[in-house]
Write a protein that binds this ligand. Sequence first.
Ligand SMILES: C[S@@+](CC[C@H](N)C(=O)[O-])C[C@H]1O[C@@H](n2cnc3c(N)ncnc32)[C@H](O)[C@@H]1O
Length: 314
Amino acid sequence: MKSFCDTRLEFFRFASFESLPVTPPDYEYLRKLLKYHSGLDLSADKQYLIESRLLPLSQKAGLSGISELVQKMKGGAASIATQVVEAMTTNETFFFRDKVPFEHFRDSIMPQILRARASRKSIRIWCAAGSTGQEPYSLATCLKEMSTAIAGWRIEILATDLSQEVLEKSRSGIYSQFEVQRGLPIQMLLKYFKQVGELWQINPDIRAMVQHRQLNLLHDFSALGAFDVIFCRNVLIYFDQDTKINTFNRLARATEPDGFLVLGAAETVVGLTDAFKPCPQRASLFRPGAARATPTKMPAVGVVAPKVAVMASL
Ligand SMILES: C[S@@+](CC[C@H](N)C(=O)[O-])C[C@H]1O[C@@H](n2cnc3c(N)ncnc32)[C@H](O)[C@@H]1O
């Protein structure tokens, strides 16, 4: 699992040591592969990222380097391609990341949704790139804190991610001392976690509130149905503009007309689509617009599938 700090370190490691080169044709092949299978839009100067993430993978697979890794994929090694796509995801996350969206969730989103759903008493929440679980479990603890207001309600939290590796960690609900110190107030740590040796495990009742499922946002997710709240934070920043627009348009169709979309601090729909409208005075919060654009078919325009066997799990 790779964090933002890892990415910075990778850059400095690349900048300070001579490293094995990735050839321009291999780089081009990998760029297309990643864009097609995960939406990751690598600029022309990210060789250091490819090398620092894929050299360990090639070593682990007993290969001589990135060229051989690429040759294997061209020869149809789908499992290697899956590992390459996973290795290139950035999984940085922490509890109550950016704080404000969780305050909006508690003070603005939930009161409105509780009023609107008073007759059916059920709420659906989707964490669309939940990574190692800190985001969906932050939501689950917020809900636990409002247990009087939601007594008797059916509340679903679905956490999805492209990466099986992060989903496994999320399912386990086990975190290091460092991870629980990032964003989680100490009272909540003591209230909702149990110490197991040097690690902390989230309590079973909170864990049971979150369902997990592997899901690639590039693929059709209409079968999931409509959600009252979608958290889709810090993943669309890695996509190019066409892929972002396409994803927003499909997310709009997966959001109840009076529901909410919550994006990362650096993300917005403004200038991209009318499928969502920003909520005034509520940074990172969006509601479906009157116009729900028809999604274009994936992959986005100009993306050609590189030659590799079908990757069933992606
Ligand atoms: C930077 S993390 C964000 C985690 C969390 N939402 C947050 O803001 O703290 C981005 C996550 O998006 C996932 N991801 C990348 N591409 C994806 C795709 N095409 N479909 C679904 N998830 C994807 C990665 O595996 C990673 O776990």
